[in-house]
Design a protein around this ligand. Structure first.
Ligand SMILES: *Cc1c(COP(=O)(O)O)cnc(C)c1O
Length: 459
């Protein structure tokens, strides 16, 4: 095999004449093709200068065209790749949280590609509000007096505190000074909003009197925060929402509740949004893409006069949802209202019964066996995720792949097409069928079989 010499490196203008490079130029903008080829040539030059032996073929224009094409791949690949979630974690933040209902995704796509009456009153022929597409639906579903939707729940909490409590005190239990997934920390959000944190109680126990004694002329609100992904056990005490609501009313301050996940219908022991509102919260905040199963959004529900102030706050403009979110969330809420909540994937996955999951896991196992993959049917525990129900594992079923290097297999599956994300449990790679969408079952089996067949020879 001939070695490349520095002086044999072709000049860019020579490479450009080659038919395969011409084909690249027909597909991609000229400047990007030139950049990609220059980068290839520069890479070879550096290797030669470092004294490395480089095969002469690598400097052939057709080889350069091939590597340049690979280098340009990012231009033709979508930014986000569809993956198969076989982790059993339903609301998986790293995997984009809620997969939308088919009709909700369609509504977002339709809104995206055309003009819509987002802020236009067709009847009157004048400006309308984007919130008018959501508020009536959300109020009807939850019993709330008024509703406002913003970009996400962090934005909702921030808007509420900045608008209603800036420069004033907000009373919060020390047991609820929580961090939710890395960057969202209640004390930090509160500091950013300009509200002054007044901690009460202790880490494990906070009583009604702790709140009551803390209320003074500087108090704007009592805040209750869903502890999300952590639970306290043992010698603990947390004050109920209805007691806090009563105390807040008696003291003439607001009672705010950050629900985090917020379940529209009963799911495990999560309080439903309706019941929280009934217990007397003046405003509550929650995510649109956790248990609700809709697009990323922050949903604020509660008193009309307060929602009106939020809507008029200058900050709202920076946090408002876009037309795709409005379309997808409205459609998701409509599905609940029509009693078609099983069309919302997150809801259906949470409601899936173990016996049905067992059948799906058995079918997957049979499919895999047909493709030459050994696996065993196994009972598993999935999780709701998104900070909901951390102590209520979801009894589920799946398959354990009988492979002696599960990490290698998992790695190959993640790099496959489509990528498959499972879970390593007791040194086995397991795939939980709960979070696999029905139409993905075939693709899942084939992707696993491909990764399995690439199994390196054992020595
Ligand atoms: C998830 C969560 C948030 C943040 O919501 P995002 O929609 O991710 O911005 C805030 N508060 C609680 C209690 C949460 O669980």
């Amino acid at each position: 095999m001939a070695s490349l010499r520095l002086r044999d490196l072709p000049a860019l203008h020579r490479v450009l004449q080659h038919p395969e490079v011409q084909a690249l130029l027909a597909e991609y903008p000229q400047a990007l093709v030139h950049d990609a080829l220059r980068a290839e040539l520069e890479g070879l030059r550096r290797r030669l200068q470092a004294g490395e032996a480089v095969a002469a073929e690598l400097a052939d224009p057709s080889a350069l065209a091939k590597s340049a094409r690979e280098g340009l791949g990012w231009l033709s690949r979508p930014a986000l790749r569809g993956v198969i979630n076989a982790t059993g974690v339903v609301v998986h933040t790293n995997l984009g949280r809620a997969p939308l209902a088919r009709t909700a995704a369609q509504a977002a796509a339709d809104a995206a590609a055309r003009y819509v009456d987002l802020e236009f009153d067709l009847e009157e022929g004048r400006r309308g509000s984007r919130q008018d597409h959501l508020e009536p639906l959300l109020c009807r579903l939850t019993g709330a007096e008024s509703a406002l939707v913003v970009n996400n729940n962090a934005a909702a909490v921030f808007l509420v505190l900045a608008t209603l409590a800036r420069g004033r005190e907000v009373v919060l239990s020390r047991g609820e000074l929580v961090e939710i997934g890395g960057s969202f920390r209640i004390p930090d959000v509160m500091a950013e909003s300009g509200a002054l944190l007044r901690e009460v109680g202790t880490t494990n126990r906070t009583h009604l009197r702790d709140y009551v004694e803390a209320v003074g002329p500087e108090t704007a609100a009592l805040l209750r925060v869903h502890p999300s992904n952590f639970r306290q056990i043992g010698f603990t005490a947390r004050v109920n929402g209805d007691e806090l609501a009563k105390a807040a009313r008696a003291a003439g301050v607001l009672f705010l509740e950050d629900l985090g996940s917020g379940a529209l219908l009963p799911v495990g022991d999560e309080p439903t949004v309706g019941s929280v509102l009934e217990s007397g919260a003046d405003l509550l905040t929650m995510s649109g893409d956790k248990l609700v199963g809709g697009p990323q959004a922050g949903i604020i529900l509660g008193r009309r006069d307060l929602v009106e102030r939020l809507r008029k706050a200058p900050l709202y403009r920076a946090l408002r949802p876009d037309k795709m979110t409005v379309a997808a969330l409205a459609e998701t809420v409509r599905l609940y209202l029509r009693g078609e909540e099983m069309a919302v994937p997150v809801y259906a996955m949470l409601a899936a019964q173990p016996h049905a999951l067992r059948r799906r896991a058995q079918a997957l196992r049979r499919r895999l066996r047909g493709l030459g993959v050994d696996s065993a049917l196994v009972p598993l525990y999935g999780r709701a995720g998104g900070g909901a129900l951390p102590e209520s594992p979801l009894p589920s079923y799946g398959v354990a792949l009988a492979h002696d290097s599960p990490d290698d297999l998992h790695h190959r599956m993640r790099l496959g097409d489509p990528p498959v994300i499972g879970r390593i449990e007791e040194d086995r790679l397991v795939l939980d069928v709960r979070t696999v969408l029905a139409h993905q079952e075939d693709a899942l089996a084939r992707a696993v079989a491909t990764a399995w067949a690439a199994r390196p020879e054992e020595g």
